[in-house]
Design a protein around this ligand. Structure first.
Ligand SMILES: Cc1ncc(COP(=O)(O)O)c(C=O)c1O
Length: 409
């Protein structure tokens, strides 16, 4: 069990551009300090390489099944017949089925430490909402989740499990907040942007409430490094390529940053390529522009410097709802700019084919998001010489994504 998170800000070869306020309007950074647990503001701006994981959070990690396993994909290797060895870290064993719980537990702990009694957030397909609901339950907090109305109507299983954990879930736009009422129509599909505005307004309009963000902010990426720190200890050999999918970047960072840090410090992983895989529907790292932009669609949060498709870009609906995000976290964007991280993107059909091959050879039905990494692994296995090693992060299982598999099959 690791006892500290890794902060890549300490090892980046160039200065990480800080969040900033837009030229007009009220201070978004000021707002952030009012809605987030205070320790997380410190972590967001920290330059310390290592941040101690509080004992209560380590206990919670243990209770939900950390350390997670590192497995060898022997079935997939045989099916490919390329002579390449493939390892994967499996985050789907966590009770909510994805890596999102790693930061939800930490954030709920810090909210509680601030004296909060309630946490609020937004969710699309429901992975983040489930993680926050369980984390809140484990730390004795109430959870309020604003779920985009289209998902609320179609992703009934995740909605039911959020409520099973004790959360109150509103379809967004809701009639609970001013932001929701402005857009409210019973048939409005909702958007993550509106849902974020609702969650933020909800937190500001009551006492002892905190807002918990699911990705993109640097402290979220840092909490996810438990994945990579465990993997570094578990891997029997250093990979030629380390691969993970990218929504906002926390999954990719969690798996690869501890390795990238060692490479930057000259302590190992010198031959490893780091491959970030995005959905063709949201190709910010391969086709976006590197500039300051809002991390949310409405512009309530501070601007961050990142590869972005524009905060008003609405990715077409794809099965991998967790990858439908317009930007990539500042540190990941900088690493891509510096050429330390290589981006790839794949269309949905190819990704789902890879997902099915993985299910049939390894037994685990992958989340459509995670299957993007598998798709890239298939390409790399063909291109790399025999005897090469690939490691990837399987960020979640797809057992609550049967609609995606049904449509594909
Ligand atoms: C299973 C799974 N993998 C990956 C992601 C990508 O998110 P991020 O890059 O923000 O970690 C998500 C987001 O919801 C997810 O649910």
């Amino acid at each position: 069990m690791v006892d500290r998170w890794y902060n890549i800000a300490a090892d980046l070869p160039a200065v990480l551009a800080p969040p900033k306020d837009p030229d007009e309007g009220e201070s978004r950074i000021g707002l952030l300090t009012r809605i987030l647990p205070s320790a997380l503001i410190d972590q967001e701006f920290s330059a310390e390489r290592w941040i101690s994981i509080p004992e209560e959070v380590r206990d919670a990690y243990r209770r939900v099944g950390r350390p997670t396993p590192l497995l060898r994909a022997e079935g997939l290797e045989r099916a490919l017949g390329t002579g390449v060895r493939i390892y994967y870290k499996y985050e789907g064993v966590l009770p909510v089925g994805s890596h999102k719980l790693n930061t939800a537990l930490a954030q709920a702990y810090y909210a509680k430490a601030d004296g909060a009694v309630e946490v609020a957030t937004e969710t699309g397909a429901g992975q983040w909402g489930m993680a926050v609901s369980l984390a809140a339950a484990l730390f004795g907090l109430r959870a309020v989740v604003f779920m985009t109305r289209s998902s609320y109507n179609s992703k009934r299983q995740r909605l039911t499990f959020m409520r099973t954990y004790g959360a109150t879930v509103y379809p967004s736009p809701s009639e609970v907040t001013e932001a929701g009422r402005r857009h409210y129509r019973p048939d409005h599909p909702g958007s993550l942007g509106i849902a974020i505005s609702e969650a933020v307004e909800y937190v500001l309009s009551g006492e002892k409430r905190r807002y918990l963000p699911g990705s993109v902010l640097e402290f979220v990426l840092m909490h996810q490094t438990v994945i990579g720190l465990e993997a570094v200890r578990q891997l029997p050999e250093e990979p030629d390529a380390a691969v993970a999918c990218v929504g906002g970047g926390s999954n990719f960072a969690g798996f690869t940053y501890p390795m990238i840090g060692m490479k930057l410090r000259g302590e190992g992983f010198d031959k490893t390529r780091f491959v970030a895989v995005e959905a063709e529907a949201a190709p910010k790292l391969t086709k976006g522009e590197y500039k300051y932009d809002f991390p949310d669609a409405v512009g309530v949060l501070p601007m961050i410097k990142m590869y972005t498709l524009g905060h008003d870009y609405v990715p077409p609906p794809v099965h991998a709802a967790g990858l439908r995000y317009h930007g990539a976290a500042p540190s990941l964007s900088l690493l891509r700019k510096l050429g330390i991280v290589e981006p790839l993107s794949y269309p949905q059909e190819e990704v789902m084919k890879a997902a099915v091959l993985f299910a049939r050879t390894e037994g685990i039905v992958p989340a459509p998001e995670s299957a993007h990494a598998i798709r890239a692994v298939l390409d790399l296995a063909k291109k790399l010489p025999r005897g090469s090693v690939i490691a990837f992060n399987l960020s979640g299982h797809g057992l609550l994504d049967s609609d995606a598999y049904e449509k594909f099959l």
